[in-house]
Design a protein around this ligand. Structure first.
Ligand code: NAP
Length: 278
């Protein structure tokens, strides 16, 4: 599905070039040398190249000050050839990720983390939606799984995944339960889910006895383990119970990157007042 979306996005980029003689520009700010971040950034560059988005990585040393990173953000805000900006997380501990995100022009906030975009999401207004939850909603839509009237259970309540995910499901008329570290009897809640989205970062958290037969199970978790990465769901056992299940690796991850490209292209289309057909 992600590959199909990337193909569609490449066509949108070509249309923007044809009608506005413009190319979407994406800036990725990478502070420090966290090895996982290097891989994420490389994946983003690869996807950008594939769809025709011009991407640039702005590398700052781990010792960079908040003011130095803010200065880079301000330069990129003012650069008319840059339509999307993101700060790769995590940033070194002496920096405030929230303050950096808040300094990004909301129109260029392709991660959808800016308070203005999150506020608009809460109000049900048009906004840039965080890539991972947007990818999950896209998957549900494309597989014909309509959340309306269904019980959706989201495990995890982060600003990056859990909270925007639950708001999007609510907006799609699901009845939403949000679980977290302090939830008593997690299995009691997950067993009621028609749609179960798990974003925790604990491999094996969700076992087959915690899943309603026929449920759509979406595993957002990514944890580095020996020999690769693992999700939060016991895939081999849960697939026997679930109606739908996403694998890790290969499920939500590639969709997230595809949605980042979509957000960057949408930002460029808005900038050039170009509305793609359909
Ligand atoms: P996070 O900020 O650490 O949030 C984790 C959430 O899980 C918190 O809300 C926490 O509850 C909750 N939690 C922890 N232990 C729990 C338990 N035993 N039972 C129920 N809830 C529990 O992480 P995140 O940024 O949301 O990411 C979650 C996972 O998704 C990570 O593995 C991350 O790598 C992955 N991820 C994947 C993608 C992708 O593209 N596939 C994108 C983003 C993140 P409290 O709030 O009470 O602490």
């Amino acid at each position: 599905m992600a590959a199909g979306i990337r193909k569609d996005l490449a066509r949108r980029v070509a249309k923007l070039a044809e009608y506005r003689h413009a190319t979407p520009g994406l800036a990725v700010i990478l502070v420090g040398d966290d090895p996982a971040s290097q891989i994420y950034v490389r994946n983003k560059e690869k996807a950008a190249a594939e769809v025709g988005v011009r991407s640039g990585v702005y590398r700052l040393p781990a010792t960079a000050t908040q003011d130095q990173v803010l200065a880079t953000i301000r330069e990129l805000n003012a650069d008319a050839a840059i339509h999307g900006i993101l700060v790769q997380s995590p940033v070194p501990r002496h920096l405030s990720f929230e303050a950096l995100v808040a300094a990004i022009d909301p129109a260029k906030d392709v991660d959808g983390f800016h308070p203005i975009n999150l506020g608009r999401l809460v109000r049900g207004q048009p906004c840039t939606v965080a890539c991972t939850p947007k990818g999950v909603m896209t998957m549900l839509r494309r597989y014909g799984i309509d959340p309306s009237g269904k019980h959706a259970v989201v495990v995890g309540r982060s600003t990056v995944v859990g909270k925007p995910m639950s708001l999007l499901l609510l907006e799609a008329d699901a009845t939403v339960t949000v679980c977290h570290r302090y939830t008593e009897d997690l299995a009691h809640h997950t067993r009621q889910a028609d749609i179960l989205v798990v974003a925790v970062g604990r491999p094996g958290l969700i076992t087959a006895d915690m899943v309603k037969p026929g449920a759509a199970v979406i595993d957002v978790g990514i944890t580095r383990v020996e020999g690769g990465i693992a999700g939060d769901v016991d895939f081999a056992a849960v697939r026997e119970v679930a109606g739908w299940i996403t694998p890790v690796p290969g499920g939500v991850g590639p969709m997230t990157v595809a949605m980042l490209m979509e957000n960057a292209i949408e930002a460029a289309e808005r900038h050039y007042h170009y509305a793609p057909a359909g």
